[in-house]
Design a protein around this ligand. Structure first.
Ligand SMILES: Cc1ncc(COP(=O)(O)O)c(C=O)c1O
Length: 457
């Protein structure tokens, strides 16, 4: 195993951000002794249901690295699950939050409002697809925003049915558990779930013989017509690229055909861009790749650089259909999170991060395609921009190989590269680097991936 393990003194990282040394550097085994100690405390103190992918305890992060309590510097290919898109402790975010925390921390927008909330709403209305009149409401988490999109669609249409798709992930609250496809670990034993949620087949080119988008949409619409009926359906909710379900990019034309059907049938088309939004895919929003304008778009994660914030943005007549007082929550659109979001949007625009995501995607995809040529266990390389994945199978088949995926992820972790897995079959290795990562770190991470695929043969 080749690592950058050295005897040198651990990095004394007291602050995060892009000034941290941008290097992979291991000074202990992963996890190191201090992390192990904290993990033992975690086991004794934290509910067992809250898992950790890689129990290294972080003290600082920025650029493309995470620094742990033992002084190891790891390459971050996860961005805290697609959250720190502009980088951890990005300078504009730090400044904006520091200024805001010194001014006031909370008043509750529903009681005595403040400008930051309005400015975030204005910005989202401006940057989300479509030039129609829009409104925005802010919340705390992706799940909460998805729930609110459904509430709004029901109120607007006077209908109750909700269609979601195979492999979908929309969250862990009661309604969003019903909308999420996978039982383990998200739903098992947590029912009963909300009713009037129906599942339709997705376009999954690797697993449906490359069925074209129009045919896949026709299959889904036929099922929706027969099993639900447009007259009962308030909304179709879909991730333009599925996240937890396996970074599944639907075939061209799939999303567009669904939106056209929604428009013709008074069904609200909701794009769940919680994971794909804010430059991640090489466009500000992933639906732009498909030339689709959703009625409502749900955002979270990358919106505020790590502060909890989410939003529903959409057509004014739909958003305004909810009665006064019908939407909100104590913390929704918290001033710190709003200040962070404005700084994130400024950073994306000023630093050209949409283009940067596309470049990261090109670099990593080429490396992964090269690897696929040498390794038949990589069934598919897919994604857009800096949302990239490989689906692992038994060589020469499409049979999922979850065990290999676990072993590859563990070997990457041991070498100081933080990767995540996903997929209904647990056989997808996904990459979500912060857009502040350097080419040098990305190349190093790809070299590590080459090595771990070799050692797991
Ligand atoms: C597409 C999508 N929707 C909704 C959610 C739920 O967001 P949160 O975890 O903030 O509730 C996620 C989280 O991973 C997601 O990826």
């Amino acid at each position: 195993m080749t690592t950058n393990t050295t005897e040198a003194t651990p990095i004394e990282a007291t602050t995060g951000g892009p000034t941290l040394p941008q290097e992979r550097r291991l000074v202990t085994a992963i996890p190191g002794p201090k992390s192990q100690e904290l993990q033992a405390r975690k086991t004794a103190a934290v509910a067992g249901g809250v898992g950790t992918t890689l129990p290294v305890y972080i003290t600082a992060a920025g650029g493309g690295v995470l620094v742990d309590v033992d002084g190891n510097s790891l390459i971050d290919l996860g961005s805290g699950i697609a959250v720190t898109t502009v980088g951890n402790s990005a300078p504009r975010v730090v400044q904006a939050v520091q200024d805001q925390v010194a001014a006031f921390t909370h008043t509750c927008f529903m009681v005595t409002p403040y400008a930051g909330y309005v400015e975030v709403a204005e910005a989202l209305n401006r940057i989300t697809p479509g030039d129609h009149e829009k409104r925005t409401a802010l919340f705390n988490s992706g799940s909460e925003a998805v729930e609110n999109a459904v509430k709004i669609a029901r109120k607007y249409t006077g209908k109750t049915g909700v269609v979601v798709f195979d492999h979908a992930y929309h969250g862990r609250t009661n309604l969003t558990m019903a909308m999420t496809a996978k039982n383990m670990p998200y739903k098992d034993g947590f029912g009963p779930f909300a009713s009037d949620v129906y599942r339709a087949p997705l376009s999954y080119p690797f697993r449906d013989d490359q069925m074209d988008g129009a045919a896949a949409a026709a299959r889904a619409i036929d099922q929706i017509d027969k099993q639900v009926g447009a007259q009962n359906l308030a909304a179709i909710v879909i991730e333009p690229i599925q996240g937890e379900g396996g970074f599944i990019v639907p075939a061209d034309g799939f999303l567009r055909a669904l939106t056209e059907w929604c428009t013709a049938n008074n069904v609200v088309f909701v794009a769940d861009e919680v994971q794909t939004g804010f430059a991640r895919t090489g466009a500000m929003f992933a639906v732009e790749h498909d030339d689709v304008v959703p009625d409502l778009i749900v955002t979270a994660k990358g919106i505020a650089g790590g502060l909890p914030l989410s939003a529903v943005t959409g057509r004014a007549e739909i958003m305004d259909s909810a009665h006064v007082g019908g939407l909100g929550g104590t913390y929704g659109g918290n001033p710190l999170a709003c200040a962070a979001a404005l700084a994130v949007l400024e950073t994306i625009e000023a630093d050209g991060l949409v283009d940067r995501a596309a470049k990261i995607g090109a670099l990593m995809t080429q490396r992964l395609l090269d690897l696929q040529e040498r390794d038949g266990r990589i069934g598919d390389v897919r994604g857009r921009g800096a949302m990239i994945a490989v689906e692992l199978v038994r060589a020469g088949t499409t049979e999922p190989d979850a065990d290999l995926t676990k072993r590859v992820a563990a070997a990457a972790h041991e070498r100081g590269v933080v990767v995540l897995t996903c997929g209904t079959y647990g056989n997808v290795l996904r990459f979500l680097p912060p857009l502040s990562i350097s080419d040098a770190l990305l190349t190093d991470a790809c070299d590590v991936l080459d090595e771990v695929f070799e050692v797991t043969k």
